[in-house]
Write a protein that binds this ligand. Structure first.
Ligand SMILES: [Fe+2]
Length: 372
């Protein structure tokens, strides 16, 4: 007969359910529940209760299965996600962090800009800095999903400010096809090549490239359609999809910018909707219709498949492309189109000052065919 202290955890439940033992995911070496289950056998004394072979065999089986579950099927670690809505451009900015190391990334931050006064301000970006400081995060990367045409990125501003408050300078990352976009719009707007070469970004991400955020794994997903260089970032059971899928009652992003393709957006959207049903799709923008009002940041794959008004299950490519083209033909140019593109192909860096100290952006005249 073997003597043992009664384990303080219930082992009478399903032995394969590790959450009966510890209720959290971790390596076996750090499992306090497992330790408290094993410790009694090490500390047995003559005054402790006595258990027969059947009970001990059940206990041993439970411990072994607990080990197996932790070593073979540890659930993917999940990030802390902070969505911060910028209402003027309807942009969702994100701070995504590894709770175990407090390493973080920023996705698609906004620099506030008033085209009438031509004043750039940093209220939105500073609110991200305040959040990062409050949470104690260290930012490793500032990520762009694409070269935005509707808002100016705050990436370069944030990189500068964070470099002064943390031990290392966060890199600015974007998809590897940004060179196509830089060439196209750099020439159109007369941006000096040195100010909009690929080298103005610190990191060009390859398709399906995996990178770390602390102990988390992130994967770059090429999601072309809205723009050719467009990426989404999958982090745990979340995808930050930029301008591909919007909330269900808004649908999908426009595809009429140079290099855009409704066919490509259909394929990118279906790629997202082929992810497991519970995965959260975090959108790059929201434009809440009057009946909803509140901006929403995410929707599950399951709900998109049922409810996304442009791309729910059952909508075919031809139908989607025809809808998208018709709708895009009715949309006006974004309010900050010219300023955004010229700044964003520079990774948000300021244009070099002129001899007069001005930082110039070009705004083409809209003559509507008028000439003289
Ligand atoms: Fe966009």
């Amino acid at each position: 007969m073997i003597k043992a202290v009664r384990p303080r955890l219930n082992i009478g439940g399903k032995p394969t359910d590790c959450r009966r033992l510890c209720n959290r995911a971790h390596p076996p070496s750090t499992c306090s529940a497992l330790a408290s289950t094993v410790r009694p056998f090490r500390q047995a004394s003559p005054r402790t209760p006595t258990y027969g072979p059947t009970t001990l065999a059940t206990l041993a089986t439970t411990i072994i299965k607990h080990h197996q579950l932790h070593s073979q099927a540890t659930p993917a670690a999940q990030p802390a996600v902070h969505g911060v809505f910028e209402p003027v451009t309807g942009t969702w900015q994100y701070v995504v962090a590894d709770p175990s190391t407090l390493a973080a990334v920023i996705i698609d931050p906004v620099l506030d800009y008033d085209p009438v006064s031509r004043q750039a301000t940093t209220g939105s970006a500073d609110s991200l800095l305040a959040l990062i400081k409050k949470k104690g995060y260290t930012v490793d990367k500032i990520l762009e999903t694409h070269a935005h045409a509707d808002h100016i990125t705050a990436s370069s501003y944030l990189q500068d400010r964070l470099s002064k408050t943390q031990s290392h300078r966060p890199s600015i990352g974007i998809g590897k096809r940004i060179g196509l976009v830089q060439t196209l719009f750099g020439q159109r707007y007369g941006v000096p090549p040195g100010e909009c070469s690929e080298g103005v970004f610190d990191k060009l991400l390859d398709d399906d490239e995996v990178f770390e955020i602390g102990n988390l794994k992130a994967t770059a997903m090429h999601l072309p359609g809205h723009t050719p260089d467009h990426l989404g970032y999958k982090i745990g059971d979340n995808v930050f999809c930029g301008d591909s899928l919007f909330y269900a009652d808004v649908g999908t992003a426009r595809c009429d910018f140079p290099g855009g393709s409704a066919n490509n957006l259909f394929a990118s959207g279906r790629r997202l909707l082929n992810l497991p049903a519970h995965v959260k799709i975090w959108t790059g923008h929201d434009y809440p219709p009057p009946e909803r009002k509140t901006p929403m940041a995410w929707m599950s794959v399951h709900d998109h498949k049922k409810h996304n008004k442009h791309l729910h299950d059952g909508i075919g490519e031809d139908e989607f492309v025809a809808m998208r083209r018709k709708r895009d033909a009715s949309l006006g140019a974004p309010r900050l189109l010219h300023q955004s593109l010229q700044m964003n192909i520079r990774a948000g860096k300021l244009p070099k000052p002129t001899a007069y100290g001005d930082r110039l952006l070009h705004v083409p005249m809209d003559l509507k065919g008028l000439e003289w």
